[in-house]
Design a binder for this molecule. Sequence first.
Ligand SMILES: *[C@@H]1O[C@H](CO)[C@@H](O)[C@H](O)[C@H]1NC(C)=O
Length: 428
Amino acid sequence: MKHRPRRTSSIGGSNTQLVPWIALGFSGGLLLGYLFLGTIEAVVSSRLHTGDNTIAQQAAENTVVEVEKREEVQKLSAQQSSHAQAVRSSGSQFPDKGTEIHTLCTSNGSPYLNFQTRIMHGTYKQVQALPGGERLVGFTRILHRTKPDVLVDEVPTWRADPLTPQCDEWCEFPVSDRPNAVAQWMAAAENHPDMIKAPWLLMIETDYVWLKPPLAPPAEDTRAPSWAFPFGYIVPTDPGITGVMRKMFPEDRGPISRVPGSGPAPVMLRVHEWAKVIPDWERLTAHIEADKESKEKLGWVREMYAFSVAVALQNVKLELLLPPKSPLISQPPSDTVPGAASMLHYTWGTMFLESNDSKTWEFDKRTFTDKSIETETPNIPMPPPFQPRWHLHNKLPVTPELHKTLVMMLTHMNDAIDLLPKPSSRVS
Ligand SMILES: *[C@@H]1O[C@H](CO)[C@@H](O)[C@H](O)[C@H]1NC(C)=O
């Protein structure tokens, strides 16, 4: 059976589809910069208005929102509703001081994601051993699957019951199970607070490669904004989606520009911020899945929109920095250097092409889907030494910086692969 994996980050399932996205990554920089400034402006102006006399007002507003939300949540299934309520009652039993980080990812346990997860977790462990890595005090893979998968003994895993059991094997959009799975995890943590090891929860994707420990986040008990990433293809203010955006973010909540162009990963929020955002993220994801128009218009990144709207509804303030300033990720080949990023995201494939367009080298995660690779994870072919004549499939030249960044990423990946337990040494 041919597996067709789809994740929020899988923009474009083939190289032909990929080209416009790559082009967007490069040429959309100006537009993105503009949108990004708009968001920052919204963040800054809303922070300016957080004077003492508006705090009571905000608290009153929040109470109204809580009541509205409670009514909305009652419309969800009994299972979802009980999770959401457990999340909302979040108390102060969780770590609420300092700069330590608990990392989360989600997965349906497919070979495609397990291949990525093994490598990502391998690079995480290497970075954890570096100076600054002591801040990385927790790691949990939230597995939404009806039963454990092959990685449960290798990668710290918490299993959630999936909303869509057929995603164990194949389903169109496994990502729609993610918010509910995270809500289940949060609800379980309410009963077992030691499940959460740090005041900051960092949600990442499986197709990340750790390069270095993250910069220290702000102290939890400050009002500094939390961290997210501005994705060029998440554009809440796009006139073509105003209608579906307004179904989620009504006019009385203000301009749609208050919704960040983010998504749930990479995102580093305080535990209590996650607790506020998760119920809306879950509710809005369910809403989109049930609404044909929203589903069509928001497409493969619809659950990212659900998260972004949830963040805006809950007034969580985000700092959205693009590479090379982002402390979170850089995305080669769209970004040529890691900059401040602690991780690289290989969502886009990279091809080195000769002047006659013949392919000299390629790395594309979409080619790693075979069942065998989740246990016998192969090394990834390194690019040949740099040649100035190469170009990418959007015609931009392969620069020495980009070549160096890719060599660094693949070296980290292959080093991690070399250290993975071999199938023969596996217990199960
Ligand atoms: C394209 O160029 C490469 C390298 O210069 C060469 O090896 C290859 O044979 C060429 N392919 C075609 C179809 O001309």
